[in-house]
Design a protein around this ligand. Structure first.
Ligand code: NAD
Length: 502
């Protein structure tokens, strides 16, 4: 790969300056609907990456002592700037990632909500105090920032997921090095520019670009104390192991295969509409997309209507009004999804709706796959075992809700799930028995709002604490316990050779 100077280049952010990388390794950022090259992103050199970490380490000395109120005011300004620039951010996101403009706005908005929450962090970071734990002795805790923290983000939510990370880390007094996805870093960089405009001081937030080498450097670097990762299970497992091995805290939110259970007593039209939106929205490139639907009992007769609803979705460029399903992120992603569809056919699943090679007028080069539905899917099939991450729905059948729950709990992933029913008792049984992090009851994509934390079970998550919300305050802080006694001037000292405080 060589740099083409006529194209805009994505900058690194080191010590408060947006700098051009001196690397010789570059990658194109491509509009997935048109193949237009929008910019070139560098794979930063080791010296540049080390400089970013060093600047974060230096900035930590003063940032950790910056008053809570001063930090909060920067984040309040930041949320205002994101709001004011929402349309521009959404357009940039849609151009490089492919999702529709309303969905791109949703991506920014869900991140904005975390910024709003981060501005309120003071009350969540409070310590505890016990008065008179011994005569004249008090014990209290300080929840202090860790130091330099790092974030590694995926391509599918280039606004929301970076905003899950750095605002909370910075609000709690840490400094940060972010490594966005190399596939769509431009909206992330615009959000970073706005963060600086809001007043985040030089060195508190730094950005490097790259792939595996950059990620490995962040996992290994002795000055980085914690790593947040969101992405695939394969890479997340590697990050968790490598970062833990070098003594860091790590939280890795990873891949998914999200199942919905439809009981025959569900509200039919609402359920079908919800399923189609959650399966095919964002072209299935959401970690919370529903990719398996289990129809229980008589709900199996709803399948033809589900297929007809999916057939009506409009495939097109994300920037075109009325588009429901945009392109996949890359040609490679499209080829992979088409190959998996071929696998489904070869392994005997029934292809009820074939979305391969859709005609999209004006966008002949786009990475499009239209909604695709398989029925008669079994647990052994590749299309069931793999996270397809495209607009492909696997439909399965079960005689009872318990049979459906058993299928879900036997799948290695436990990111999201949903049940559709009018029965409170059935929903409660599901909520109790299902081993999945995010559970929806007549809600297809139950992403928690920022006063809660995102979570995940089994192969979908490594690490105890989730991103944003209360849990991430614990992740980004360490507790110091102080036990204190103050003597009056006239007190007489006694030698005490026991460990008991009295
Ligand atoms: P990915 O794992 O390919 O990439 C994530 C990050 O890891 C990127 O920054 C990338 O540069 C880096 N990376 C890629 N290959 C690497 C390697 N070999 N070594 C070290 N680093 C490497 O994921 P993606 O394709 O960008 O995103 C899609 C995946 O993310 C899906 O599996 C999806 O389910 C998952 N995801 C999960 C959540 C969640 O909260 N659980 C949210 C969004 C996406």
């Amino acid at each position: 790969m060589t740099a083409t100077r006529t194209l805009p280049t994505v900058k690194l952010l080191i010590g408060g300056e947006f700098v051009e990388s001196q690397t010789t390794e570059w990658r194109d950022v491509v509009n997935p609907a048109t193949q237009e090259v929008l910019a070139r992103v560098p794979f930063a050199t080791v010296d540049e990456m080390n400089a970013a970490v060093a600047s974060a380490r230096e900035a930590f000395k003063s940032w950790r002592k910056t008053p809570i109120g001063a930090r909060a005011r920067i984040l309040l300004k930041y949320q205002q700037l994101i709001r004011e620039n929402m349309q521009e951010l959404a357009a940039l996101l849609s151009a490089e990632q492919g999702k529709t403009l309303p969905d791109a706005e949703g991506d920014v908005f869900r991140g904005l909500e975390v910024v709003e929450h981060a501005a309120n962090i003071g009350s969540l970071q409070l310590g505890e105090l016990a008065n008179n734990v011994a005569g004249g002795v008090d014990t209290y805790t300080l929840n202090q920032p860790l130091g330099v923290c790092a974030g590694i983000t995926p391509f599918n939510f280039p606004a929301m997921i970076p905003l899950w990370m750095f605002p909370m880390a910075i609000a709690t007094g840490n400094t940060f090095v972010l490594k966005p996805s190399e596939q769509d870093p431009m909206v992330t960089m615009r959000l970073v520019e706005l963060a600086l405009e809001a007043g985040i001081p030089a060195g508190v937030l730094n950005v490097i670009h790259g792939g595996a080498d950059a990620v490995n450097l962040l996992c290994d670097h002795p000055d980085i104390k914690a790593v947040s990762f969101v992405g695939s299970t394969r890479v997340g497992t590697h990050v968790y192991e490598r970062a833990s091995l070098s003594g860091k805290r790590a939280q890795c939110m990873m891949g998914a295969k999200n199942h919905a259970i439809v009981l025959p007593d569900a509200h039919k039209q609402q359920t079908l509409a919800n399923l189609v939106g959650a399966c095919f929205g964002a072209a299935g490139q959401r970690c919370m997309a529903l990719s398996v639907v289990i129809l229980v009992g008589e709900a199996q007769s709803w399948l033809p209507e589900l297929v007809e609803k999916a057939r009506t979705l409009k495939v097109g460029a994300g920037s075109e009004p009325g588009t429901d399903v945009g392109p996949l992120i890359s040609r490679a992603a499209r080829a992979r999804v088409e190959e998996l569809i071929g696998c489904g056919v070869a392994e005997g699943a029934e292809l009820l709706l074939d979305g391969r090679n859709p005609q999209v007028p004006g966008y002949a080069d786009g990475n499009f796959v239209a909604p695709t539905i398989f029925s008669g899917v079994t647990r052994e099939m590749t299309i069931y075992r793999e996270e397809i991450f495209g607009p492909v729905l696997c439909v399965m059948q079960a005689a009872t809700m318990d049979e459906a729950i058993a299928i879900i709990n036997a799948n290695p992933n436990g990111n999201g799930t949903a049940i559709f029913t009018r029965s409170g008792a059935a929903a409660r049984h599901f909520q109790e028995e299902i081993d999945v992090g995010q559970v929806g009851i007549n809600v297809p994509i139950p992403v928690p709002v920022p006063i809660f934390s995102f979570t995940g079970s089994r192969a979908s998550k490594l690490g105890d604490l989730g991103p944003y919300g209360k849990q991430v305050v614990q992740f980004y802080t360490q507790t110091k316990t102080v036990t204190a006694r103050w003597f009056d001037e006239d007190e007489v000292g006694h030698v005490n050779t026991t460990i008991t405080l009295k």
